[in-house]
Design a protein around this ligand. Structure first.
Ligand SMILES: Nc1ncnc2c1ncn2[C@@H]1O[C@H](COP(=O)(O)OP(=O)(O)OC[C@H]2O[C@@H]([n+]3cccc(C(=O)O)c3)[C@H](O)[C@@H]2O)[C@@H](O)[C@H]1O
Ligand SMILES: Nc1ncnc2c1ncn2[C@@H]1O[C@H](COP(=O)(O)OP(=O)(O)OP(=O)(O)O)[C@@H](O)[C@H]1O
Ligand SMILES: NC(=O)CC[C@H](N)C(=O)O
Length: 551
């Protein structure tokens, strides 16, 4: 019976659907840690998380089994065993599983019991729930393997402790949300307190469409002290040293990384989401409309930090409503960021549409139709550049606008991905100030200012007509965001919000706009999830419905 163990923990990224690539990355990691007894990886490391309906293809199960067998054979060399997240088919049911590989074979397969089915998760849609598991005997040590949600709730870990587990290793695919690192720790404290066992929480990193994974893996000893704490966002392998004591197994103390403050954390999530989306979908870069306003300035700054200045192409598309201030601010933003800026005036296209539509529009005054045509001309222009040269169009709308439909469908909503989709305008201001004063650790962009101060201080305007200001149609952003926070993030009623002192008419209007704009959000590009109620993945409302919290 062994009294010492070396367990290598790989906080890895994953490439959904690239089973060969994911398997090769695990084998390379193992080959570099031949002194370890075991190397563990995050949840579904072979397939990638979230799998969504990809796992409904039987061909994928066959490939997963072949890759698993290939990996198992490698372990015949007597080196480290492997703990690999994969799918498993048993009695024609599909499970989210972890296979334990050792001595050339799959020595055990553990099935996930608790399937998360809320927020961004849909696991019950594709996986069956496995029975409550017992520990796996790995070289004489009984290892309990609660798979992600199995660690977030009590029953699986309690069952593992009762059936003799000595160490808990929990492969996770726990998506980023502001403050989630603390919740991961609290869940761990709960399980360690209940079971008296040491716990490994091993999370993935990287971006997958709307969700990003920030890692923050850790090892917690039974006294609830952190033996090891991984960095946020980075791939990292840490070899942990374990000793059997009279009171059970203990992990030797190592490095415990500190975590970012809120604004740094949000900014990093945006960088990781955009970087992985653009690179994995093989775009040469991004193109975006740079208006001299704050949303496009911040989107451009994130893009430069994520991809590098040479991969970001900005285009100013002035009309007769564009102020000199906007022209100057866009030029200064581009200079500070070191990006290419072209100018494509849209007056000729506006005149062409006026001419084309004048027989039909005759007798009607100019209104929102003409305003939106400008936004759509810009969308067409940017998509033409995307088609001709390949960069993906980056959409710049923020959560405040997307909440109330303050964006033109098929116009400035055109694009492939949005970094501001889940941040309210007040946070856009904070992030812009923060980025002007800080260089993000994960960023590859410019030091110093990334936008002139005036972009942050001037009143926001869509410049679709003379002297237009956002505040002509919307309440001040401080009020709008406070109301939206209640209606969207906390699902409060109009009465609840009015009771806090907000004007009833304003709150009723915002609730109405929120519901009416659902059709726009359904057609909006994906964007990185930051909070608990992101549009699309978390908050799923019907488009057609008659419910209002006031009549
Ligand atoms: N339930 C539903 N299902 C499907 N389609 C529906 C629909 N309701 C309306 N529609 C369609 O949508 C159209 C109305 O939507 P849309 O054409 O977008 O136009 P609309 O929402 O009326 O106007 C866009 C608003 O966004 C503002 N804006 C535009 C551009 C940029 C910014 C900014 O600051 O970032 C602000 C602009 O000032 C204006 O207030 C209707 O004409 C109809 O065709
Ligand atoms: N003159 C312009 N030149 C280039 N792009 C523009 C121009 N006007 C608008 N856009 C694009 O359309 C998006 C919507 O911009 P708009 O100015 O209407 O409102 P906004 O939400 O306040 O955005 P911003 O703060 O970036 O100006 C902008 O972020 C930008 O990408
Ligand atoms: N993949 C999972 O089971 C993740 C569920 C977990 N509660 C989380 O939010 O991170």
């Amino acid at each position: 019976m062994t009294d010492r163990l070396k367990i290598a923990l790989a906080q890895f990224s994953q490439n959904v659907g690239d089973l060969r690539g994911n398997a090769d990355a695990m084998l390379v990691a193992r080959s570099k840690h031949m002194g370890a007894d075991l190397i563990a990886f995050p949840e579904l490391q072979l397939i990638g998380y979230p799998t969504e309906d990809l796992v409904l293809k039987p061909a994928l199960h066959a490939e997963a089994e072949a890759e698993l067998q290939r990996m198992a054979k490698v372990t015949a060399d007597g080196g480290p065993g492997m703990l690999v997240g994969t799918t498993h088919v048993r009695d024609r049911l599909l499970y989210n599983a972890v296979a334990v590989l050792d001595g050339g074979e799959v020595i055990a397969t553990v099935l996930k019991h608790e399937l998360p089915n809320y927020g961004v998760f849909d696991e019950k849609r594709v996986f069956a729930s496995g029975p409550l598991p017992g520990p796996v005997n790995f070289r004489g040590v009984r290892i309990g393997i609660p798979i992600c949600e199995d660690m977030w709730l009590s029953p699986v870990c309690e069952c593992l402790a009762e059936t003799g587990a000595e160490i808990l290793i929990s492969p996770n695919a726990s998506p980023y949300e502001l403050g989630k690192d603390d919740r991961r720790l609290s869940a761990g404290v709960g399980r360690v307190t209940e079971t008296g066992l040491p716990l490994v929480m091993l999370n993935r990193v990287g971006g997958q469409d709307e969700v990003v994974f920030d890692g923050t893996s850790y090892v917690m000893n039974p006294d609830r002290s952190l033996a090891v704490g991984f960095r946020e966002w980075d791939e990292q392998i840490i070899v942990t040293d374990w000793t059997r004591t009279a009171d059970g197994w203990r992990c030797a103390p190592g490095e415990v990384a500190t975590h970012d403050d809120d604004l740094t954390s949000i900014y990093h999530a945006m960088i990781v989401g955009l970087r992985d989306y653009v690179t994995r979908n093989r775009f040469p870069g991004v193109v975006l409309g740079l208006s001299g306003g704050i949303d496009s300035a911040l989107s451009a700054a994130v893009a430069v930090d994520a991809l590098g200045a040479d991969k970001v192409w900005c285009v100013m598309m002035p009309s007769r409503f564009t102020s000199q201030e906007s022209l100057d601010d866009a030029a200064e933003c581009a200079r500070l960021l070191g990006v290419r800026l072209d100018s494509v005036p849209i007056g000729a296209a506006m005149d062409a549409f006026d001419g084309m539509l004048s027989p039909l529009f005759e007798g009607r005054g100019r209104d929102i139709a003409e305003e939106n045509i400008q936004s759509r001309i810009r969308g067409v222009t940017l998509m033409a550049l995307s088609n001709k040269f390949g960069p993906m169009l980056l959409t710049t709308g923020n959560k405040s606008e997307m909440s109330v439909g303050y964006a033109t469908i098929y116009g400035d909503m055109a694009g492939g991905y949005s970094v501001l989709k889940d941040v309210y305008k007040t946070t856009v201001f904070e992030l812009s100030r923060w980025r002007n004063a800080n260089l993000p650790r994960l960023g590859v962009g410019a030091t110093g200012l990334v936008m002139p101060e005036r972009v942050i201080t001037k009143p926001p305007s869509a410049e679709l007509r003379d002297n237009q200001k956002d505040q002509d149609s919307l309440p001040p952003y401080d009020d709008l965001d406070a109301i939206l926070l209640d209606l969207v993030e906390h699902e409060r009623s109009v009465e609840d919000v009015v009771a806090k002192g907000f004007d009833r008419e304003t709150v009723v209007k915002i609730e109405r706009l929120l519901h009416v704009a659902e059709y726009k959000r359904r057609q909006a590009p994906p964007g990185v999830k930051i909070g608990r109620r992101s549009f699309g993945r978390d908050r799923r409302y019907p488009i057609t419905h008659a419910f209002r919290t006031v009549r």
